[in-house]
Design a protein around this ligand. Structure first.
Ligand code: GDR
Length: 323
């Protein structure tokens, strides 16, 4: 019989790639979508009609319990979060409720219904925060530096406590930055690829960017959802750091994107301190050895391939709109 997966946060970038993967594997996929955002399922494009939509607020604990009871999912993926980190300063409590509250309510649902559903929690490299060692692995302490990261740490520990106390098959993937053509333009990769494509087509003139020396470990979202799925197929529930193990600067990102469209980035890019973040001297870089050893997981798409994929998709989209 086909397995059923329930996804919170299904309309985001990762929700799309995960749904696509699970549908390819023959799963029935259901997504939790707040009633006032029911149209957002359309963001999933060609796969939208194959998704069972459960219209429910993520703050509605009894409602979530009844979805879990009716659906009896084999796997639950909690990807729900307001993912743009700086926004969490504007609404720390709302961030906490969405990130930690959703994890807690779903875990409570699994426990109360008493089904053997496997649970995935989307944790983040932001939880490492002000690191004093690099790269980071599953034993690196968390020192979160913003409300988003603090909420993710809370959700992570809530999941660990449920695993220990109630013996649930629950695990978390501590994912480093992962990108794709589906990334919203507020994030730096997409901001840059969109600007490069727009300038190439004569639709834009300049790119204003923040700290060119900021470094990140960037991978491809399509690879990272494979790691999520593998975690839930493993013999034991364990937490994993997922990243490439390679650092790149924003400068390298900009240079790579502009070189895809044969432009000299230095002619088009201006640094604007408005986009700087305070205290960004630490280096978030993954040590994904455990995922390779236990799950056989390795990223397939390199940094250069990722940026090329994003730039070409943006060119294609903009060209279509222009015609
Ligand atoms: P991040 O992603 O905060 O790491 O979180 P983002 O793409 O916003 O920033 C990456 C790095 O680029 C630097 N930067 C800029 N960032 C933006 N957005 N705009 C700019 O103009 C700019 N210039 C430089 C930033 O300072 C930063 O160093 C992502 C999200 O997906 C989180 O949800 C997730 O948890 C983490 O990755 C892992």
């Amino acid at each position: 019989m086909a397995k059923t997966a329930l996804i919170a946060g299904i309309t985001g970038q990762d929700g799309y790639y995960l749904s696509r993967l699970l549908l390819e594997k023959g799963y029935q996929v259901a997504g939790l979508i707040p009633p006032q955002r029911c149209k957002s399922i359309e963001k999933l494009g060609e796969i939208a009609e194959r998704i069972k939509v459960c219209n429910i607020e993520l703050t509605d604990a009894p409602g979530l319990l009844s979805v879990v009871e009716q659906l009896q999912p084999d796997e639950i993926y909690n990807l729900a979060a307001p993912s743009f980190v700086p926004d969490s300063w504007n609404d720390p409590l709302g961030t906490l409720d969405l990130v930690t509250g959703t994890a807690t309510r779903l875990l409570a649902g699994v426990r109360q219904v008493g089904i053997p559903a496997r649970f995935y929690q989307a944790s983040s490299s932001e939880m490492f925060g002000e690191v004093n060692c690099s790269p980071q692995d599953e034993n690196t302490p968390f020192r979160p530096k913003n409300p988003y990261a603090a909420a993710k740490v809370h959700a992570h520990w809530t999941m660990v406590h449920h695993r220990q106390r109630y013996n649930l098959f629950a695990c978390s993937g501590i994912l480093f930055n992962h990108e794709s053509p589906r990334r919203p333009p507020s994030f730096v990769t997409r901001k840059v690829t969109l600007a490069a494509a727009s300038i190439k087509l004569g639709l834009g003139e300049r790119l204003e960017i923040g700290n060119l020396d900021a470094k990140r470990d960037w991978g491809y979202a399509g690879d990272y959802v494979e790691a999520m799925w593998r975690m839930l197929q493993a013999e034991n529930p364990e937490d994993y750091v997922i990243g490439t193990g390679h650092l790149h600067t924003v400068r390298e990102l900009v240079a790579a994107a502009f070189s895809c469209v044969d432009l000299d980035w230095e002619k088009y890019v201006t640094v604007n301190p408005r986009f700087f973040r305070p205290d960004e001297h630490f280096q978030l870089m993954a040590n994904p050895v455990k995922a390779k050893q236990n799950l056989g997981w390795e990223p397939q798409v390199s940094f250069e391939m990722l940026i090329e994929k994003m730039v070409f998709k943006d060119l294609e989209r903009l060209q279509r709109e222009k015609d």
